[in-house]
Design a protein around this ligand. Structure first.
Ligand code: AMP
Length: 374
């Protein structure tokens, strides 16, 4: 066990790293953040910060030797430097887990090999979208294999014209072409897993997206109990098979025919788990710290139905001078979290708020009202 008072290293300086650092510090850990960018949200709250590139082996080595365990908040870290770090210090989740999850092609192949349900897909190695789309059929969605997030590097294809455009856009890039899923709901389950293999899933979150970016998470998901159970069981099975130590977020589609299909895996805290800071028995960030440090896991239930709303940079474009924070702060059932990012840009996650209350539909209405007034 790496107990309180020891030092945790976090690779990545974004909001996930910031909230992870805050949770670690609440448990008495010292936090060293490693990030390639100056003025990062996580760096601002860390006990120590290193600003250097992810392939700077000397800086990484020094970082690794300064802490007792390393984790990451960001998937697009090259796996090779991580492997170098893992030789110097405990690193969770393992570089092998990250390698599988950071590339859509490997992730899909892994899901297939392990018989986990997912949308039909075909690989387009040299960006040969035409052949791959012919294999899966229209409508479909093209996704670049590496370095995609929040809908970046993807395009929906419904018509022959879309196909021609996509072929030009993705030419020469490694992609997967996936069948478009006619889904009823999008769900995610975040599951913690310890070194000894104990697993503990959070309740399923129902996720509403806007322009491919998470907009609202609703907990509990508005699905029948049996679907919730099946989603949680699936997430536990995936986390076990991968051998994750830490958190694994499993994004899924609930298809109209009732099937649950795994869309994406993220071996880290996840945007759809932010509700747990205010409404969870244990926050996802604390749970990640517990898992990677070998502490006992906390209870993972929701104390109340909760709705989390992301605040994007767009809110500043709509209202010059910025959002009206009083809209959130004057509501006793709402909690505001801002990430300290200096520059609001469209699509950029600047913060979130969570509303909780005994009745889910009422809580959702209130969250939508606050969002409109913000
Ligand atoms: P991703 O980056 O894979 O998480 O995709 C971002 C969002 O695009 C998802 O949350 C869905 O709303 C949508 N999406 C992605 N893949 C599909 C698919 N195969 N069928 C339907 N919607 C999809």
């Amino acid at each position: 066990m790496i107990g309180p008072g020891r030092a945790i290293g976090i690779l990545g300086g974004g909001q996930l790293g910031r909230m992870l650092a805050q949770a670690a510090q609440s448990l008495g850990y010292r936090v060293h953040v490693y990030t390639p960018s100056e003025a990062s949200p996580a760096g601002a709250v860390a006990d120590r910060e290193s600003v250097a590139a992810y392939d700077d082996l000397a800086a990484l080595g020094e970082f690794a030797r300064s802490v007792d365990v390393v984790t990451y908040e960001f998937e697009n870290i090259p796996a090779e430097p991580l492997e170098a770090i893992a030789k110097l210090v405990e690193l969770h989740p393992s570089p092998a887990v990250l390698r599988t999850c950071q590339n859509r092609r490997r992730e899909k192949a892994w899901l297939s090999e392990n018989d986990f349900p997912h949308a039909a897909y075909a690989e387009a190695l040299e960006g040969d979208i035409l052949a791959a789309a012919a294999e899966v059929g229209l409508p479909c969605v093209v996704k670049t294999a590496d370095f995609g997030y929040d809908g970046k590097g993807q395009m929906r294809i419904a018509t022959a014209e879309d196909l021609v455009r996509a072929s030009a856009i993705f030419r020469g890039r490694r992609c997967v072409v996936e069948q478009w899923v006619d889904f009823e709901r999008e769900l995610s389950v975040i599951c913690a897993r310890t070194r000894s293999g104990e697993t503990r899933p959070f309740p399923a979150s129902e996720n509403l997206h806007s322009e491919h970016i998470l907009d609202i998470s609703i907990v509990p998901a508005r699905v029948p109990h049996a679907v919730e159970e099946a989603a949680r069981t699936l997430a536990v099975q995936v986390a076990d098979r991968l051998g994750v130590v830490g958190l694994l977020a499993v994004e899924m589609f609930l298809a109209r025919d009732g099937r649950l299909l795994v869309n994406e895996l993220a071996p880290r805290p996840h945007n759809s788990g932010h509700w747990s800071i205010d409404a969870g028995e244990t926050s996802q960030f604390e749970q990640h710290v517990r898992a990677v440090c070998g502490l006992p896991l906390g209870p993972a239930g929701a104390r109340n139905p909760a709705v989390m709303v992301n605040i994007l940079g767009d809110a500043w474009t709509r209202r010059p001078g910025g959002p009206d924070w009083a809209a959130v702060l004057s509501e006793p059932r709402a909690k505001l979290h801002l990430y300290g990012k200096p520059e609001p840009r469209p699509g950029r996650k600047m913060g979130h708020f969570t509303v909780q209350g005994p009745d889910l539909e009422d809580t959702l209405s209130l969250a939508r009202e606050i969002k409109a007034r913000l």
